[in-house]
Design a protein around this ligand. Structure first.
Ligand code: MN
Length: 198
């Protein structure tokens, strides 16, 4: 018997459902090829190691090198692709406890969005901008390079924007800022609030 393999997450929407913010073509490459490759690579790399059968979050906190890079990218993309819903769905503004925390820690939702976009635009090279909660529930925005995830610093990741060029180059070419600004139209704040409450 071999240990359970990692598998490609199931998208909670159809591949064209996020248009015009994210095209079907970007989903086909970003989810269908980039994320699939990270899954295939991790399954090959962990075979016969101490990491085989370990939960993804634990691998990210304990590994280095190729195993860390592929496990981190799977965790990051699972959170990324799991946080969207189509433009027409009425869940693109925060409510309840997550809105209260945003107002408390950033002043307003608009001030939070501005800081989040600015940290995404100014992250040099490939990486991710994150909204996370610390152990006391305080919200923080961090920039993480390459495959890093805030869980390695004891934070609970809630929302992320992928600033690797593969996330936006088909639809937005070099216009990273325009891409990040557009993503607010498809953020599923019910999912972000669920993560915050967990
Ligand atoms: Mn990506």
């Amino acid at each position: 018997m071999s240990a359970a393999l990692f598998s490609l997450m199931t998208l909670p929407y159809a591949p064209e459902a996020l248009e015009p913010v994210i095209s079907r073509e970007t989903i086909e490459y970003h989810y269908g090829k980039h994320l699939q490759t990270y899954v295939d690579n991790l399954n090959k790399l962990v075979a016969g190691t101490e990491f085989e059968g370990m939960p993804l979050e634990e691998i990210v906190c304990k590994s280095q090198g190729g195993i860390f890079n592929n496990a981190g990218q799977i965790l990051n993309h699972n959170l990324y692709f799991g946080q969207f819903s189509p433009v027409a769905v009425d869940n693109h503004t925060p409510k309840g406890a997550i809105l209260d925390a945003i107002n408390r820690d950033f002043g307003s939702f608009e001030a939070f969005q501005k800081e989040f976009e600015q940290k995404g635009v100014t992250l040099f090279g490939s990486g991710w901008v994150w909204l996370s909660a610390d152990k006391d529930g305080k919200l923080v925005i961090t920039q993480e390079t390459n495959a890093n995830n805030p869980i390695t610093n004891g934070l609970k990741p809630l929302l992320t924007m992928d600033v690797w060029e593969h996330a936006y180059y088909i639809d937005y070419r070099n216009r990273r800022a325009a891409h990040l600004q557009a993503l607010w139209q498809i953020i599923n704040w019910e999912e972000i609030e669920r993560r915050f409450a967990q």
